[in-house]
Design a protein around this ligand. Sequence first.
Ligand SMILES: [Fe+2]
Length: 388
Amino acid sequence: MPSYVRAGELPPKRHIQFRRPDGGLYAEELFSTKGFESVYSLLYHLRPPTATLDVRPWKRPPAKLSVNEPLRNRHLKTQSLELKGDDPIESLTPLLGNDDVLISVAQATAPMEYFYRNTGGDELIFVHHGTGAIETQFGELAYRERDYLVIPTGTIYRVAPASPTRMLVYQSNGAVTIPRKYRNEFGQLEEHAPYYERDFRSPVLKPPVELQGEYEVRVTNGGRNAVYIVQNHPFDVVGWDGYCYPYAFNLDEFAPITGKLHQPPPAHATFEAPGAAFCAFVPRLFDYHPLAIPVPYNHSSVDCDEVLYYVSGNFMSRRGVEEGSITLHAAGAPHGPQPGAVEQSLGKKSTDEIAVMIDTFKPLQLADPALRCEDAEYFRSWVEAATI
Ligand SMILES: [Fe+2]
């Protein structure tokens, strides 16, 4: 999505005859979004991607969500959850969700032997720990710690970890995009953006897989599921071009915007999606006013639920959080630095904390695993210790 990419062999014009060395025709596929009206790519397959041998049920239990009631701030210690399954599809463990987005943790410990395709919306994956590759029909996208991976809806992929991988998965019901405020009238990233086109990695196209057989593609779409058995290997692409493809962005490349006084979360925006805004907090210099207070002010975000996932570093303003913690600051529930945090922060020049955030504009509900790893006393953590 960040810009036009082309890879492999392509015919000189779209929608014309494009022949294999043996004289047969390659099969063109339009990979489009929002019907035919948003970003798209054109892929050229050795054989048609439509050859479906069978469609079978995929009995995938839906995420069970319950209302955040009584409405309060929550702290989830996700590291304490034992994830079941060797790949991110089997091990997907939903924590929070609404109509717009489902937030889960997942792991990859062994290469997937099947393919997966979410046609219900884009996925945004944050890699907390681990290295490996996401293999797709657009090519291979290598990943490492602190990568954000944007997987457009409809992408067929499988995950091949090189080391045990722990990830945070956001499943949107729409497109995950670069915030409009960072782009000029032509879509190019503006000078004030905290990243540049060069910072985004696109997939490396591998030689087409010529195999035919019975390939399992697990398909999901907004709660509807199926297992497709297809005849042609999904990664038989000889070339593609366009604006729609999976890509990676590493948080180490994020150039945070800092200021004389405290910068609010929107200054750290990374992506947006329907009903959701994403931000990243990375190592940075603190505010340079001589009397600046580095930690955030107290506030109640009455319009959104705020979800912070703590990646690494010293989370100065949050008592009790650890790596892999999630805090849910619910709409209207006051929060801010815990007692003593303001005083401790005075004079500090920089932070090494890394955290990623999503704000949702509809209320988030809680999945059962969230309740299993909750620190139920978190909402009291702003009370002076002597009075608890
Ligand atoms: Fe907040």
